[in-house]
Unconditional design. Structure first.
Lengths: 360, 363, 304
């Protein structure tokens, strides 16, 4: 079984707490993405799992076996690095076959494996080329081939697409997803790009400042962020936030100048929580705009500041409680116009203003 | 206000820019969009005076400045690799262009200008920091401040946001647009990032391998792309392309998928002229393809080979014949990997392109 | 500065301004190097001696060159120089690369050891020659002393024996210049990104494999550069030989530079000396051209 478990992992660099108490369980064949901004501890966590760093404290288990003391070479893992890490003067085929040859696998078997992996990744035409002559995307494919040719128990990837051109990145994203599905190998992937995380992950583990903030499927985290940071970081553009004050069944914005009526049941639940200073969160695609006020639906009067026109939608911005809100709609919105915005009530999210954590 | 007329620039055997002509009106943000190596940076450098074109003219405010050195042109440029001086702090860096000889301003005025631009770019608290202590986003903003603190005739921007993290780029993009409104500046902005181009630019010029393919607003380029390159660059996702045959009054894409479009009378001969061996390239935008069609309605057959959750929608890759079509579905799209999927797009949403040179075939 | 101030016909353009600054140094260079060089070429076509200018300037055309290039003795000197250079440079290379490999990782006291290792290079060749001369002394030199104590060998005749003296010269030269190789190798090694080694570790590579497939290929450009530098420098070797062995015993360690010194400043055959100098110069120019071509190729590869 290639399940991975991390218990209370801690790693320090001097006084900096790179990883500050991380507990994580990864099931066999699961594709887990460690997502977060630079410096959140995701790469360090990955490297501890790989054995390239020794944790200050905490344990790493592969299955039931604690592997803290094992060198990377003995953990039956394979890793794909951010900067490709290929043997520079060897050609693609020698790079890919190296791990097999280092283990003493017989030549016939090596050939079989290479045929299999080059078929899987479409590398037939570049096998004989020196890796330094290949473009970035192909180099990373070779690195990936080298990693999976050994059929490792766990596949680790450290921001593998960050050095690639946009075009390549999209291509590789699809490829990676397809390959992982057919290989069925436990995969741990590190990135700061939430689009990659959402596209590839079975489960996203969101990290910040060395700790895990939230763990869940892409849809779960997207629809129900557990914190302001989760809502902000995931989604492009991220969730809109504004400070507000709960007043009976209304939310007051910007010193009470504007108010949003809340649906009855939501208002009751909120009042039960006993918090008054809140942060409201709503995603751009759950905001709609109209020039005139609609009856019986709660709205806020706003002035449109900028409009970005894309092919299938438009993104308009307005100010609320000193924050810049972005809305995403299909119809045209005139720049500078005054009008009303509506928030989809079941998509409204509320957070405690102090802890910034979700109230529900 | 800025006119590039028939600009050609060669480096050895390579023609980096080929007969490029564009006009940037006062107060406009003109974006040059193209992949790496398209010649965007070279074009910008020619506009700035850092390179001299082999052919063509650069006209700034009605005056031919093709041979004029940069310092006389009164332009401001922001480079892809930031050009901040590590030995100065942020304030001195921003003040630098204002203290250049020939442009001396009294200290008080300098301070005012810097405060204003610092507030706009949210870096007022960073003014006395050393450059080496700043994060990537802060550096980019400081570099922007340095460019914006002057009021030149035109700003030349070379991918100022490309080195930033995704999130930071999103934030700055919106701020950028607001800044432009406030400053009313004229800008020539160069990038390979489609999203930045469309959200920032008033008009976009599509550049590929030194040639300008088309100029227009994002809308125009989307509704009426003139070449395959233009449609491929207007992501995301870019247009889907499929080879198809013109035979007996209909367009045949793929028999198995049952993708056949009857061509209306009179359209046949016009389009047939342009097709080589009766083969053309069919293009259709992902958002024009409807997926998950109910039984009983007209639909084509495809196989789901990829699914990517994107938050507001799901990117679904369908395999049809030898092509993989990118389509957009609801966030809650349920289809499973490897299962068949019904999809449809109407004849009106089809674009045809010449197989040989990628040019649009109008019919 | 705005567009209205632009005057395309300005006299003191930027280009001209730059040239103005270069002129003084150019003139000095011309005088100090150009003039003697031209005289060198001039004299090489004559039989002439500074000591006896009265004997006059006898034009003999290419006779000097002919003589030197066909003279058995001169060729023996060239061959010897070749042997010396190859032995010395190879030894320096091995010692340099080896010590750089050991000094790669940080360890306690590394800074001190590094400084000590680099010190020989900082010394003056004359000084180095002198004290190695003392160290190699047959009766009371420290080399023989240590050899006796540790290996119970010797005493070896170093400088007085015609077969051993070359080894003494090679050892002294290596001692002085191996640090150069160490320095450059170290620079090359530390430039190699760590993740390459990490990937190899994950792939279960041995230390030798890592050296052969990562370290060597990636540092090859700089190592070859250093090698070529040392090669060219060794051919010119004079100071060390002069103080260590004075070309002796007899002419057992007479490198071609030393020969040149003898001809030009002991026998004062100015004409012949000039010719030999020219021959040496051309040899070194050819080798340097290789160096420059190689470097240019390197730079272009870097840029792509």
């Amino acid at each position: 079984m290639a399940s991975v478990r991390i218990k209370n992992l801690k790693k320090f660099y001097g006084s900096v707490k790179a990883v500050d108490g991380v507990d994580l369980e990864i099931k066999d064949q699961e594709f887990v993405v460690l997502l977060g901004p630079s410096g959140c501890g995701k790469t360090t966590t990955l490297r501890c799992i790989a054995g390239l760093e020794s944790p200050a404290s905490g344990e790493v288990y592969f299955g039931d076996r604690m592997v803290n003391a094992l060198a990377p070479a003995d953990r039956n893992i394979a890793m794909v690095f951010q900067f490709f890490a290929l043997y520079p003067h060897l050609n693609a085929m020698d790079n890919i076959s190296f791990p097999l040859r280092a283990q003493g696998v017989p030549a016939q078997k090596v050939k079989e494996k290479i045929d299999w992996v080059s078929n899987l990744l479409g590398l037939e035409t570049i096998l004989k080329r020196k890796v330094q002559t290949l473009p970035g995307g192909d180099q990373q494919k070779v690195a990936l081939a080298r990693a999976i040719v050994r059929s490792p128990a766990v596949l680790l990837l450290d921001e593998p697409l960050s050095q690639l051109d946009e075009k390549f990145r999209e291509e590789m994203r699809s490829e990676l997803g397809r390959i992982q599905k057919s290989l069925q190998v436990t995969t741990i992937y590190v990135t700061h790009d939430q689009r990659e995380a959402m596209a590839l992950a079975d489960r996203i583990v969101l990290m910040k400042d060395g700790k895990i903030l939230q763990s869940g499927s892409p849809r779960d985290i997207y629809d129900n962020p557990g914190s302001v940071f989760a809502g902000y970081f995931i989604g492009s553009p991220g969730m809109n936030f504004a400070k507000c004050v709960l007043d009976g069944n209304r939310l007051l914005f910007g010193d009470g100048q504007r108010a949003l009526q809340l649906p009855g049941d939501l208002a009751t639940l909120l009042n039960e929580k006993g918090k008054r200073n809140l942060i409201i969160g709503i995603r751009p695609e759950h905001i709609s705009f109209s020039a005139t006020q609609r009856e019986s639906v709660s709205s806020l009067k706003i002035k449109v500041t900028t409009v970005e026109k894309f092919s299938q939608f438009e993104i308009f911005s307005f100010r609320l409680s000193e924050e810049l809100f972005l809305g995403r709609v299909r119809e045209e919105v005139p720049e500078g116009a005054e009008g009303y915005v509506y928030f989809l009530p079941d998509r409204l999210r509320l957070f405690d203003a102090e802890t910034e954590r979700s109230l529900f | 206000m800025l006119e590039l007329e028939g600009i050609t620039k060669r480096f050895g055997d390579i023609t980096a820019v080929n007969q490029l002509s564009i006009e940037v009106s006062a107060g406009e943000i003109f974006v040059l969009l193209g992949p790496t190596g398209a010649g965007k940076t070279t074009t910008l450098r020619i506009a700035a005076g850092l390179e001299t074109p082999d052919e063509g003219r650069v006209i700034l405010d009605g005056r031919d400045v093709t041979k004029m050195p940069p310092s006389y042109r009164d332009v401001a440029m922001i480079f892809e690799a930031h050009n901040l001086y590590p030995i100065y702090n942020v304030y001195d860096n921003i003040a630098f262009p204002l203290r250049a000889p020939g442009r001396q301003l009294p200290d008080k005025e300098i301070k005012e200008k810097i405060s204003k631009v610092a507030v706009d770019l949210h870096i007022s608290h960073l003014l006395d920091r050393e450059i080496t202590t700043l994060s990537g986003g802060e550096i980019q903003r400081a570099a922007l401040a340095r460019t914006l603190v002057r009021t030149p005739r035109i700003y030349l921007m070379d991918e100022p946001l490309s080195n930033l993290d995704l999130k930071l780029r999103e934030e700055l993009r919106v701020e950028f647009r607001e800044l432009h409104r406030r400053y009313g500046a004229t800008m020539l902005y160069v990038t390979h990032d489609f999203v930045s181009a469309v959200s920032i630019g008033n008009r976009i010029g599509i550049l590929d391998r030194g040639k300008l393919h088309q100029v227009g607003t994002p809308d125009e380029l989307h509704q009426d792309p003139r070449t395959v390159t233009v449609a491929a660059l207007m992501e995301s996702p870019p247009m889907n392309f499929m080879p198809c045959q013109m035979a007996e009054g209909s367009l045949l894409v793929d028999r198995e998928a049952k993708m056949i479009f009857p061509l209306p009378e009179g359209q046949w001969s016009k389009a047939r002229e342009k097709a080589e061996d009766g083969e053309v390239v069919l293009g259709v935008w992902p958002e024009d393809i409807k997926i998950g069609i109910l039984e009983g309605e007209r639909a084509f057959q495809g196989l789901i080979v990829g699914k990517e959750f994107q938050g507001a929608n799901t990117l679904v890759n369908l395999s049809v014949g030898k092509t993989i079509l990118k389509t957009l579905g609801d966030p809650g799209f349920q289809g499973e990997f490897g299962r068949p999927c019904r999809f449809y797009f109407p004849f009106e949403k089809i674009y045809l392109f010449d197989k040989r040179n990628g040019e649009r075939i109008y019919f | 500065m705005n567009a209205n101030e632009y005057d395309p016909k300005e006299f003191l353009t930027e280009k001209r301004f730059k040239i103005l600054f270069v002129w003084p140094s150019l003139i000095v260079l011309l005088f100090l190097i150009g003039y003697p060089f031209i005289m060198l070429i001039f004299y090489s076509f004559f039989r002439f001696s500074f000591l006896r200018p009265a004997a006059g300037l006898n034009f003999i055309g290419l006779e000097n060159y002919q003589f030197l290039l066909t003279d058995k003795y001169t060729w023996e000197r060239f061959v010897f120089t070749g042997k010396f250079v190859i032995m010395a440079v190879v030894l320096q290379f091995l010692v340099g690369v080896g010590s750089a490999y050991l000094l790669q990782e940080k360890f306690r006291g590394r800074g001190v050891i590094l400084t000590l290792v680099l010190m020989p290079m900082m010394l003056c060749p004359i000084v180095v020659g002198l004290f190695w001369k003392y160290m190699f002394n047959t009766q009371w030199g420290i080399i023989n002393y240590l050899l006796k104590i540790i290996f119970n060998v010797g005493p070896i005749e170093w400088l007085a024996d015609e077969h051993n003296s070359i080894y003494a010269a090679v050892i002294a030269d290596t001692w002085m210049w191996a640090p150069f190789m160490t320095l450059l190798s170290l620079a090359a090694f530390t430039a190699i990104p760590r993740y390459l080694y990490e990937a190899a570790s994950v792939d279960r590579a041995s230390a030798w494999f890592k050296f052969r497939h990562i370290t060597l290929p990636l540092s090859a450009p700089i190592l070859v550069l250093a090698l070529l530098f040392r090669l060219i420098d060794s051919i010119k070797q004079f100071d060390l030989i002069y103080t260590l062995t004075a070309g002796g015993p007899g002419d057992a360690t007479q490198t071609i530079s030393f020969t040149l010194y003898k001809i030009a400043f002991q026998y004062f055959y100015t004409g012949q000396g000039s010719a030999l100098a020219m021959i040496l110069l051309i040899t070194i120019i050819c080798l340097s051209t290789f160096l420059i071509m190689y470097m240019t190729r390197l730079i272009e590869k870097q840029r792509s």
